[in-house]
Design a binder for this molecule. Structure first.
Ligand SMILES: Nc1ncnc2c1ncn2[C@@H]1O[C@H](COP(=O)(O)OP(=O)(O)OP(=O)(O)O)[C@@H](O)[C@H]1O
Ligand SMILES: [Mg+2]
Length: 310
């Protein structure tokens, strides 16, 4: 099983859109995919479920908030497997043996984050608790009931708090969506530095606090930066965008050759409801679907096979 987080603490860069479409296309190619929405804004959840449906069927019993609650002992034992749902309309568009499942989010996740960060004393006890919380998602994803999944894709919120950190620690790979502008490209370098710092700290803490003797060393790799909302001229990114894409490559980070073009009307409309763009067969701009498919191929090529067995 691969675990991949889609991250960038810059907001509105296409994280949720990339997560939904990558997941949908992988499922359409026969993979069993689990999406996890870790963003209290719940955009990924609402791209698959109607808000009324979410309120009636998911809000109280089946969101990732319950699992984070259980980490603090606020709720009885909850496993991730208890929370999985299968969005109907998206799965109706998936042919063959693939499947697209979801662990939904909840607006209350924002309070969890604050509580997790605040709920422990300072000093040694605080460090040990932070280590436990940061590693909790990684441990939980090893539940046997999740074994059938080939791929877990985690949609992260636009921040670097402890919930996001737990996703990074659980991941084999990271995908970084970005817009081709000055602030986004500046942010990628900074984000990468913070990821490295977190991972080093976590592995050092493992030597101090881990209760198992041979602790698995965490080392998420960057699968790639994907540029989104690109403007095209004669089928190529406009010069301004090209410049920022080249600057990012110069940082030494992998950048997916395929960038996603801007198409506000296609991406903004969730019609038919709950079906990601890549699965919509009657698309007015087939090139949009083609580039999402091509990105998926490039994504699979960039995953390290040896990590999958770890
Ligand atoms: N290629 C695109 N062209 C046009 N609009 C897009 C494209 N990709 C995403 N969008 C739109 O841009 C907005 C932000 O996208 P999205 O929600 O995927 O970003 P995000 O990084 O997850 O945001 P947040 O940080 O708030 O979670 C959404 O309204 C989405 O529909
Ligand atoms: Mg989002």
């Amino acid at each position: 099983m691969y675990v991949v987080s889609v991250i960038n603490y810059k907001g509105g860069v296409g994280k949720t859109t990339v997560t939904a479409n990558l997941g949908a296309e992988l499922a359409n190619r026969g993979m069993k995919v689990l999406l996890i929405d870790l963003d209290p804004q719940t955009s990924l959840t609402f791209s698959f479920y109607d808000p009324d449906d979410w309120r009636e069927r998911l809000r109280d019993a089946r969101t990732v908030k319950r699992w984070y609650d259980s980490l603090r002992g606020d709720d009885g034992p909850v496993t991730l497997g208890d929370l999985v749902v299968s969005p109907g309309p998206a799965n109706a568009h998936i042919t063959g043996t693939g499947r697209l499942d979801l662990i939904a989010s909840h607006l209350g996740l924002i309070d969890i984050d604050l509580a997790l960060a605040r709920g422990v004393a300072n000093g040694e006890e605080y460090d040990a608790e932070l280590f436990r919380v940061r590693g909790a998602l990684a441990r939980a994803l090893h539940e046997h009931v999740l074994d059938p999944y080939d791929m877990v894709l985690i949609d992260c919120p636009p921040n670097f708090n402890v919930v996001t950190q737990s996703a990074i620690i659980a991941s084999d790979h990271l995908v970084i969506p970005a817009r081709a502008d000055y602030l986004s490209t500046l942010g990628i370098d900074y984000l990468y530095g913070n990821v490295q710092e977190l991972v080093e700290r976590y592995n050092a803490d493992a030597r101090r606090f881990a209760t198992v003797r041979r602790h698995h060393k965490v080392a998420p790799g960057i699968a790639g930066v994907v540029f989104t909302m690109i403007q095209l001229m004669a089928q190529r990114p406009i010069a301004a965008h090209h410049g920022f894409m080249d600057q990012t490559r110069a940082l030494g980070l992998p950048v997916f050759p395929t960038a996603l073009r801007e198409n506000v009307s296609l991406y903004a409309s969730n019609t038919p409801r709950g079906v990601p763009v890549v699965l919509r067969n009657r698309l007015t701009v087939p090139a949009v679907r083609d580039e999402l498919r091509q990105l998926t191929t490039e994504f699979l090529e960039n995953l390290q096979p040896e990590r999958a067995a770890a």
